[in-house]
Structure formats: C-alpha cells, structure tokens
Design a protein. Structure first.
Length: 336
C-alpha cells in the first residue's frame, strides 16, 4: 500500500568509517539518512529507477559528531557537516555575519518544521519536484523510461528555462545557489577515501539519472566555504507561489566585492530555472570591473537569461528572473 513505509533496517553510525562500511556492504540497497524529509517520502511513494532503489538499510549519519557540527576559523573558513539542520545554519552567528547569503537562503527553505529536520546535505541532494517523477505510475527518464512527460505536460512551476535536455526539471535547492555563489566545496567520502568537489561541479546536468556526482557507495560529509572578504555584499532573493512554504519559481544568490563603487568581483547564481544552480557567467562578465548603474544593471539582467529556451507554459520565468536579477543588483548598489 502506498503512503506506508516499506520494511527496512536502520542503524546509527557512530563513525564515518562505519557508515562507509555499510554503504559498501549493502551497495545500492543502502542509503544514508539525516533529516529524511525527502528520502522517506520517496520510499513511501515507492519511487524507484536507475540508481534509485528503495533502500533496505538506512544509515543514520546524524549520530556521527563531525557530520553534525558547524565550525569556523579565519584560516579554514566555515565548515558545515552534511547533517547540520537548516535552522542551525540560519541562526549560527558567524553565518549571519560573514556568510549571510547562506543564512538568508536557509531561512527561506520550507516551513519551520522542515528547517528543524532538514539538513544542508539533504537540501542540495534532494530529488526533483516534478510531479511525473514523484508519481509511481509514470516511468519518466529519471526512473529509467525513454521520455520526459513534463516536456509536453505540466511544467509551469518546477521546471527549467535553461539547460534543458532529456529531463526538464529545475533543481529545487535553495542552498545550492548560495553555496555556488560563495565558492564552496563539497567533501565526500567513500571506501576510496575523501574527495573535494567545487560546488559548481557537484551538480550534474539534465541527461543524467541523478542530480549530483555522488556514487552509490559515497556520501556527502561536509561543506567548506572559504572566508569572505570584508567588502563582500551578499543577497538571496526567492520568488515562489506560496510565501509560507514552497520551492522557487526563480531565485538569485549574489556575492559581490565592491570597492569605491566598483564591482571588483561578483557571482550571480540562479535557482529554480535550470537543472542545476546556474552560474550566470555572462551577467557576471557584464558587471565585473565596472560601476553599477541603472544601464549596467539592465544589461546584466538581460545577460542572466541569455540562451533561455522556455517551455510552452513557463515562459514567464524569463521576465521574472530578469526582474529578480535587476532587483538584487539594485539593492547591492544601495549597500553602504
């Protein structure tokens, strides 16, 4: 019966090597779990496909101390364990002071209950919100089928206008764009040891079965964010259907270094409009090294969606995203 969890085993891993051992032993039949706000719903609805097996073993990593803490030092920067809850990140004083774009993004995820349970790792590794992917009766591309039902079906809200391919979903993460804007790195672990992956390389494109580079025997251990320059201006804006709790129709995460009115460096990253957090390189090039004014801001807004190919029902996202970019840059320009 749907909406009831299938039978599974559960263990509390006390060390990273213990979690790695069980992942290796059980292979695709095991998954790590922390908040479980996405994984458990997929299990209840019996959603499965290539690299998406209903797990027989859940390995709780919240019980591993190093994966459930957040620390900061000037030399290393901010280190956030994959199992740290979103509300903890939003409330952490250093995050609010030095990495405010991340704090802003965390505060806009879901509801208070979800932010108390949901983790940073779960947010960036969550699966598509596409109703065809989430329905057990549609064998879409992500579940091993030969077609994307959303391309010719319902795609008004949670689907892409940029970088579409075999799948047209838009990545649902609010945290992802903020991390890419902050030049963060993902630290993953498997039986082969740890590896570092820049966040802008962590997410895969629309022609893959999964949305991240994680292998079946690998999990996210922590996020590392370098210390930010004191003249950095940060802002995250999100537009959604329901303000109380919803995924982004379009979002913008921006980190800019401005000195004497000149934008020395900037990273504009868009969410809700592509299958991965979209680094708006053309818009960044328009602004970098120049003084922000109304004309330049308009040029950057246009460049941010250059090459967009909206689907029949989500063309409004083009103008919406341009308006969001224009608003972000205008606000940053006013910062003292």
């Amino acid at each position: 019966m749907l909406f009831e969890l299938p039978s599974f085993k559960h263990i509390d891993a006390m060390e990273v090597k213990e979690a790695v051992f069980y992942l290796r032993e059980y292979g695709e039949k095991a998954r790590v779990v922390a908040g479980g706000t996405d994984l458990l719903s997929l299990m209840k609805d019996r959603i499965e496909g290539p690299e998406l097996k209903i797990p027989e073993l859940l390995i709780n990593i919240k019980t591993i101390p190093e994966i459930n803490r957040i620390t900061y030092s000037e030399e290393i920067g901010l280190r956030i364990g994959a199992a740290v809850a979103l509300n903890h990140i939003a409330a952490f004083e250093v995050t609010k002071q030095k990495f405010n774009v991340l704090s802003q993004a965390a505060r806009q995820v879901g509801t208070t209950q979800i932010r108390n349970m949901g983790t940073i790792g779960g947010n960036i590794c969550q699966r598509p919100r596409c109703l065809y992917f989430r329905h057990p009766h549609f064998l879409c591309f992500k579940k091993g089928g030969s077609k994307c039902y959303a391309a010719v079906g319902e795609h008004r809200y949670y689907h892409s206008i940029l970088r579409n391919g075999k799948c047209v979903m838009a990545h649902p993460s609010d945290i992802g764009p903020a991390l890419v804007a902050l030049k963060a790195k993902a630290i993953t672990v498997s039986a082969n040891g740890e590896r570092e992956v820049p966040m802008e390389d962590f997410f895969l494109g629309p022609n893959n079965f999964t949305e991240t580079v994680l292998k079946s025997d690998e999990f996210l251990k922590e996020i590392q964010i370098p210390t930010q320059n004191n003249i950095t201006h940060q802002l995250f804006l999100k537009h959604r259907i329901r303000h109380s709790a919803d995924f982004a129709l379009s979002s913008v995460a921006t980190v800019a270094q401005i000195s004497d009115g000149i934008c020395e460096d900037i990273r504009i990253v868009l969410g809700g409009i592509a299958p991965l957090p979209y680094l708006a390189s053309l818009a960044n090039e328009v602004v970098k090294g120049r003084r922000l004014n109304e004309s330049l801001i308009s040029q950057a807004a246009e460049a941010s969606v250059e090459g967009a190919k909206p689907l029949p029902m989500n063309g409004y996202k083009v103008d919406l995203t341009k308006a969001m970019v224009r608003r972000v840059l205008t606000l940053i320009r006013s910062f003292k």
